[in-house]
Design a protein around this ligand. Structure first.
Ligand code: CA
Length: 232
C-alpha cells in the first residue's frame, strides 16, 4: 500500500517539526507549509490524503483556508484537522461548520494526533466507496468497488478508463458529455489527450459491449451520450 501524504500548515516551526517527526515515524509522507496560500497553491499539483491546518496563520487564517478548500477545487474532498490554541473554541465550531473533519487543541499528544488522523482518512475512504454505488441499467451492471461489469449476464473486461467512462455515461443516461468531460472523469483535470484518443477509447468500449455497444451514441459536434433517460 502506498504511503499516505499529509500536508501540515503551521507557522510555528517547533510545532511543525514535532508533527513532521511523528508523522514520518509513522511512515506518512509529510509536506509542511508556513501559510495557507502556499498549501492551496500546492493542491494544484498534489492532492494529499489529509491536511492538518493551524487556525492562526500569517496571511489568510485556517478558517478562511478551510472555507476556500470546501468551496471547490482539488482539495474539496480532502479530510481537514484544524489545529487550535486553547481559548479558540469559537473558532473550532466555525471550522467544523466550514467542513473541517476534526480538531486538535495545542499542545496535543502526537499519539492522539496520529489516531485522529488515521480515523479521518479511513472515514473518508469508506464514504468514497459508498459514493461509488453499483449501477444497473438496460442489461448492464457495474460494480465500481469490484471493478466488475456484466452485460446481459456475461462478464466483460474493461480497462480502468473504459470503466470510468461507461460508469459516467450510463449513470446519467440521456445526458450529453463532451470529450473533455470524459477525459476529466477518466484522468482528472488538465490531462493532455486529444479528442481523437477519446473517440478511439469509446470505439474500443463499444466493441467490448457487443450488441449493447450502440447504447453509446455519438452526438455530432459535442461528444457522447448513453441512450435512455436517468432519474436525475
Ligand atoms: Ca499559528
Amino acid at each position: 500500500m502506498l504511503n499516505k501524504t499529509i500536508f501540515v500548515v503551521e507557522d510555528e516551526s517547533d510545532i511543525q517539526e514535532l508533527i513532521r517527526y511523528n508523522l514520518m515515524k509513522d511512515r506518512y509522507l509529510v509536506e509542511c507549509f508556513e501559510n495557507a496560500e502556499s498549501m492551496i497553491q500546492r493542491l494544484n499539483t498534489k492532492v494529499p490524503d489529509a491536511i492538518l491546518l493551524d487556525i492562526m496563520l500569517p496571511g489568510i487564517d485556517g478558517l478562511e483556508a478551510c472555507r476556500r478548500l470546501r468551496a471547490g477545487g482539488p482539495g474539496e474532498q480532502v479530510p481537514v484537522i484544524m489545529l487550535t490554541a486553547k481559548g479558540e473554541e469559537a473558532d473550532v465550531v466555525t471550522g467544523l461548520e466550514l467542513g473541517a473533519d476534526d480538531y486538535m487543541v495545542k499542545p496535543f499528544s502526537p499519539r492522539v494526533l496520529l489516531a485522529r488522523l488515521k480515523a479521518v482518512v479511513r472515514r473518508r475512504r469508506v464514504e468514497e466507496t459508498i459514493a461509488q454505488k453499483p449501477l444497473e441499467t438496460q442489461g448492464i451492471t457495474m460494480h465500481p468497488g469490484r471493478h466488475e461489469v456484466t452485460i446481459d449476464g456475461q462478464q466483460v473486461v474493461l480497462t480502468a478508463s473504459e470503466f470510468a467512462a461507461l460508469y459516467m455515461l450510463a449513470g446519467k443516461a440521456g445526458w450529453v458529455f463532451t470529450r473533455y468531460q470524459i477525459v476529466e472523469e477518466v484522468h482528472g483535470p488538465n490531462y493532455p489527450v486529444t479528442d481523437r484518443s477519446v473517440d478511439v477509447m469509446i470505439a474500443g468500449l463499444r466493441k467490448k459491449m457487443g450488441s449493447k455497444g450502440d447504447l453509446i451514441e455519438t452526438v455530432r459536434g459535442i461528444g457522447y451520450k448513453f441512450k435512455g433517460e436517468s432519474d436525475e
